[in-house]
Structure formats: structure tokens, C-alpha cells
Design a protein around this ligand. Structure first.
Ligand SMILES: [Zn+2]
Length: 200
């Protein structure tokens, strides 16, 4: 006889696939879901199953969005001539929280990491270069994380953006080496945006 019924075991297995969720946390979450009324589980299941249908990538900045273009890309009050390049959607949210950036974004969806087989082609880099080439962009603010792969990606972007008449800047002081900008406090991140350096 199984100690854990197979359907519960299956749920625990699925939950451990999520980042930061180990077996103990997964078991706790699974038991919590099981103890709550069936309606709650159904609502969670429905939300999960419709997620990929209801959210898409913005075809301009590649942020997750219900609509294409996304809310930021379609906001005419924002400065569409300044593009902030970030690794992922979490970085965009962190910068938005500071309220100190009024341009638009470009999400790379990762960083160059040869060890993991991720090269420029696996990221939205070609799309960024086309965007800079085809639209009226004055400044590209590179806000990749100050980690080794983040820096390598930033340098790659700086090199490739030199061919366009665009100002290239990088997040400045306040963000320390090895830091993930998602976890920077708002004040530090705001200061880094305000003091960005020019690379062009
Ligand atoms: Zn967008």
C-alpha cells in the first residue's frame, strides 16, 4: 500500500518542478490544497490551464501581456525613444516599482551562457537590434544583472549597438557586482537608473 496516494504524489512531483520548491514545501502545498474545499483547487487548476491562452508575449518588447502590444508599449505618455533592456519580466517589474524610468522595455528572456548552450540567437537580441534600426530610438539603457553572464550579455549588446547612432547606457553605482537587480531595493535601483553611464 502506498503511504502517499498516487494522485497526491503526482501533485507533489509537479510542484517540485517549480523554482525554489523542494519536496518538503511541495508536500506542504499539496496537503494544503487537498485540505481546502474542492472549489479552490478547481479555481487554481482553471487559472493554470488558461494561463498560456490568456497571456502572450508582446511582439515589440517581449513582456508577458494579455494584449499585444502590451500596456507599456501602447502607453503614449512613455518615452518610446528610450529602451531599457532587461533579462527577464521580474527585472521589468523591479524597475517599474521605482517609478524612475519612463521609457519602454525590451526583454531578452535570458542571458548569454555558453555553458548552458544559450547564445545570442536564443535571446531576443536580433529583435532588439531590429527595433533600434527600424524605429526612432535615442537611447538604449542596458540593465542586465551585474553577474558574469549578465555583464557578458551587456558587453555583447554594447558592441552590436555601436553600428547605430544611438546612445548606449548601463545601470550605474549602487548595484554591486554579482547582484540580481530583482533583489535590489527601490532606492538603490532608482539611483542606478539616474546615474547610468554612457557607452556610445
Ligand atoms: Zn510591449
Amino acid at each position: 500500500m502506498d503511504v502517499i496516494p498516487p494522485p497526491l504524489e503526482q501533485l507533489i512531483k509537479e510542484l517540485t518542478k517549480l523554482p525554489g520548491i523542494g519536496k518538503i514545501t511541495a508536500t506542504r502545498l499539496a496537503l494544503y490544497i487537498l485540505r481546502k474545499p474542492a472549489d479552490n483547487a478547481l479555481s487554481l487548476a482553471e487559472t493554470l490551464s488558461s494561463l498560456h491562452d490568456s497571456i502572450q508575449l508582446c511582439s515589440t518588447c517581449f513582456a508577458f501581456s494579455e494584449h499585444d502590444p502590451c500596456a507599456i508599449c501602447s502607453d503614449q505618455r512613455r518615452n518610446h525613444r528610450v529602451i531599457c533592456v532587461v533579462e527577464g519580466p521580474g527585472d521589468l517589474l523591479a524597475i517599474e516599482k521605482t517609478s524612475s524610468f519612463h521609457g519602454v522595455y525590451h526583454i531578452l528572456h535570458g542571458v548569454i551562457s555558453p555553458l548552458e548552450g544559450i547564445g545570442p540567437k536564443e535571446l531576443k537580441i536580433k529583435e532588439l537590434l531590429e527595433r533600434v534600426r527600424d524605429t526612432e530610438v535615442e537611447e538604449v539603457l542596458i540593465a542586465t544583472n551585474l553577474t558574469v553572464p549578465g555583464e557578458a550579455t551587456g558587453s555583447f549588446l554594447i558592441d552590436n549597438l555601436q553600428q547605430y547612432p544611438v546612445k548606449v547606457t548601463r545601470l550605474a553605482c549602487g548595484i554591486s557586482m554579482g547582484m540580481d537587480i530583482k533583489y535590489a531595493d527601490q532606492h538603490t535601483l532608482a539611483r542606478a537608473i539616474a546615474g547610468r553611464q554612457n557607452f556610445s
